[in-house]
Ligand binder design. Structure first.
Ligand code: GLY
Length: 335
């Protein structure tokens, strides 16, 4: 089926990627957003790290993330954006943190995922700027992109309007943490505060670490820019950057990467991640005729964008829905 008139609500990385894929399949698509690419995608670090980001109980996310990671080279090539493919490094600052890394390595090994455990010296050999870590593990095959660059490229390709334009055959709701009307209760905001810095001594690859019990990540762009993230907090107020958040992130990062002390702090940002009750996104029919959801991606919007686009298009063409992502599934309690 092609030639449908479709409005995609939300010009974040999910809405834009879905819109681009729909347009490629011959549909007449407009994206509706008064502030394109200024939501969660604006804050996101852009880790394409399904294994570095996985935790116990999130095995479905690992499967989905690996599937989507395989789609990224084609998407990045089409958009002419840089895809940094240096793998990710899991690290622990001290012996207690290393236990967390070991548990994650065991989980990944159980799923047959390639992971190379590294002692302190081996980490420093690969990343000399991580002077203080107790050890870690290398996850080859993982990558990163700059989500702002990706969104800017997508905005060159799809028409965007500030408000809905009238009759449509299909509406795709991709408005992140702010879902409209009947869907509002399906996601809740989880505030993430994130820092952008410039350094002469950045790590060469994404570092996902435990630091005195705090999770933290350091994502280098390749030109000296580095992203440090992220806090994670359910709240009812506006997503603002707090002194405590900045303090915690810098403290956790500098135990792993001491060069943070010399880095120039460029920007602090806070946005709400859109979290669902069961931690999995909502992709497919909403239960309202002609309305699909592509929402609730929580910490994984950038990684899962190309898979989400493919699933939305497949659903329109074949009616297929991935049952674990079906927005009509029953969900219990917020995590
Ligand atoms: N995916 C990283 C974060 O949500 O902080």
């Amino acid at each position: 089926m092609s030639g449908l008139r479709i409005e995609v609500l939300g010009a974040g990385i999910i809405g834009l990627t879905v819109a681009d894929e729909l347009a490629r399949r011959g549909h007449d698509v407009t994206v509706i957003d008064p502030r394109p690419a200024r939501g969660a995608s604006y804050a996101a670090a852009g880790m394409l790290s399904p294994a570095a980001e996985v935790w116990h109980g999130e095995e479905e996310l690992l499967r989905l993330g690996l599937e989507s990671l395989r789609l990224w080279p084609e998407l990045a090539g089409r958009l002419r954006v840089e895809l940094r493919q240096h793998g990710s490094l899991l690290v622990g600052a001290d012996a207690g943190d290393l236990q967390q890394v070991d548990r994650q390595v065991e989980l990944l090994a159980r799923h047959g995922h390639p992971v190379e455990p590294l002692d302190r010296a081996a980490v420093r050999e690969r990343e000399p700027t991580l002077a203080r870590v107790a050890g870690g593990a290398l996850l080859p095959g993982e990558a990163s992109v700059d989500p702002r660059e990706v969104c800017a490229a997508l905005l060159q390709r799809v028409p965007v309007a500030a408000a809905p334009r009238g009759r449509t055959d299909v509406t795709v709701v991709a408005t992140g943490a702010g879902l409209p009307g009947p869907f509002a209760g399906l996601v809740s905001g989880v505030r993430g505060e994130i820092l952008r810095l410039r350094s002469d001594d950045p790590p060469t690859r994404t570092v996902r670490g435990w630091s005195a019990g705090e999770p933290v990540y350091v994502v280098p762009r390749g030109d000296g820019r580095v992203v440090i993230g992220a806090t994670s907090e359910r709240h009812d107020g506006p997503a603002v950057v707090t002194g405590g958040g900045v303090h915690r992130l810098l403290g956790a990062a500098r135990r792993l990467w001491p060069a943070v002390d010399r880095a120039e702090l460029l920007e602090t940002t806070a946005r709400d991640r859109p979290a669902t009750a069961d931690g999995l996104p909502l992709v497919g029919p909403s239960g309202v005729d002609g309305v699909l959801l592509a929402a609730g991606h929580h910490r994984h919007g950038v990684l899962l964008a190309p898979l989400t686009a493919q699933l939305v298009v497949d659903h329109l063409e074949t009616g297929r829905v991935d049952p674990v992502l079906d927005p009509r599934r029953p969900m219990e309690g917020m995590r």
